[in-house]
Design a protein around this ligand. Structure first.
Ligand code: IPM
Ligand code: MG
Length: 360
């Protein structure tokens, strides 16, 4: 198969980790007879430096024309980087929000899985880590608080900031359907997370999720308040299968879920629209503190490339091969610095990419 991939390496550790994912994809291509064509695009701080904006319309058009987008990370140090002296709509993050909206990527899948080999890196108590966990955070990605009208102004002499959180029933229904569809392929349980004891948007969320659930009699579902969910994630993460939630709650809970896997450098993600098109990126950020040092963990990006093969290109056995290769390097005790522990071997970002590519 001939696959056209728009590659956005981005800022910070983005270029390093994406290069390793491309290395692994090329190994898959060589083994299974596929050609991956890459077109590199700018987004985030690197685009600001060249074009003065975090994402050009030209880059959006090229991303749309590709079969899928592979993304590293965007942004820099928010207290020291000159990018953060710009007005909010010109900062790196605005590029990411714009591309999600322009490509209609409303469904964000963030799988959080505790590898046996990384149980020691899990910050939870041993008896909790021992049970393991395997959940899929389904985050709504193009609505809610991050896309509502916002402004800061003076009201009666007092500086006042407003952000608006809006969801309509169609936005809720389509993400709920994705959530239940994914649950059907997993352990058939959905935990829908909201704040229905306070928010109207959450009460509508709950109502629509209940309607959608009727079409999935095999799936057990429950509602959970977001504050309780934050607590349950550290108390008993094994209880979760699919966690279905709105944009901001999903942003926060997915960082929490990733941390309990041992490192945010392990977590892949896929952002999908109604078609096979998707954008694939590690859940973690640009880690400017370790950028350019060949230290970052490329596994999240490599696993994101595996998700791309699975969801956009229907290449299940190729995706399995990448996931097995990742598992294999962990079994063989190779670790980047974020997950290294006594008795394991420290490797660099590019060495980790080589090791995984060799095992594909
Ligand atoms: C994420 C990030 C982004 C988000 C930021 C960089 C805008 O935190 O992908 O989780 O909040 O969606
Ligand atoms: Mg986030």
């Amino acid at each position: 198969m001939n696959c056209n991939i728009a590659v956005i390496k981005g800022d910070g550790i983005g270029p390093e980790v994406v290069s390793e994912a491309m290395k692994v994809l090329d190994a898959v291509g060589a083994k299974y007879g596929h050609t991956f064509n890459y077109e590199q695009l700018l987004m985030g701080g690197c685009s600001i430096d060249v074009h003065g904006v975090p994402l050009t319309d030209e880059a959006v058009a090229r991303a749309k024309a590709a079969d899928a987008v592979l993304l590293g990370s965007i942004g820099g140090n928010t207290s020291t980087s000159p990018w953060y002296k710009l007005p909010p709509e010109k900062r790196p993050e605005a590029g990411l929000l714009k591309i999600r909206k322009e490509l209609g990527l409303f469904a964000n899948l963030r799988p959080a899985f505790l590898y046996n080999e990384l149980k020691g890196a899990c910050p939870l108590k041993e008896e909790i880590a021992d049970k393991g966990f395997d959940m899929m955070i389904m985050r709504e990605l193009t609505g809610g608080l991050y896309f509502g009208a916002r402004e800061t102004k003076e009201v009666d002499g007092v500086m006042t900031a407003v952000d608006t959180l809006t969801y309509n029933e169609n936005e809720i229904r389509r993400i709920a359907i994705k959530g239940f569809d994914i649950a059907m392929k997993r352990r058939k349980k959905v935990t829908s997370v909201d704040k229905a004891n306070v928010l109207d948007s959450s009460r509508l969320w709950r109502k629509i999720v209940e309607e959608v659930a009727k079409d999935y009699p095999e799936v057990t579902y429950e509602h959970m308040l977001v504050d309780n969910c934050a607590m349950q994630l550290v108390k008993d993460p094994a209880q979760f299968d699919v966690v279905l939630t709105e944009n901001m709650f999903g942003d926060i809970l997915s960082d929490e879920a990733s941390m309990i896997t041992g490192s945010i450098g392990m977590l892949a993600s896929a952002s999908l629209n109604e078609t096979k098109f998707g954008m694939y990126e590690p859940s973690g950020g640009s880690a400017p503190d370790i950028a350019g040092q060949n230290k970052a963990n490329p596994i999240a990006t490599i696993l994101s490339a595996a998700m791309m093969l699975r969801y956009t290109f229907d290449m299940d056995k190729e995706a399995d091969a990448i996931e097995a290769a990742v598992q294999q390097v962990l079994v063989e005790n190779y670790r980047t610095c974020d997950i290294v522990s006594e008795g394991t071997e420290l490797v660099s970002c590019s060495q980790m990419g080589d090791l995984i590519a060799e095992r594909v």
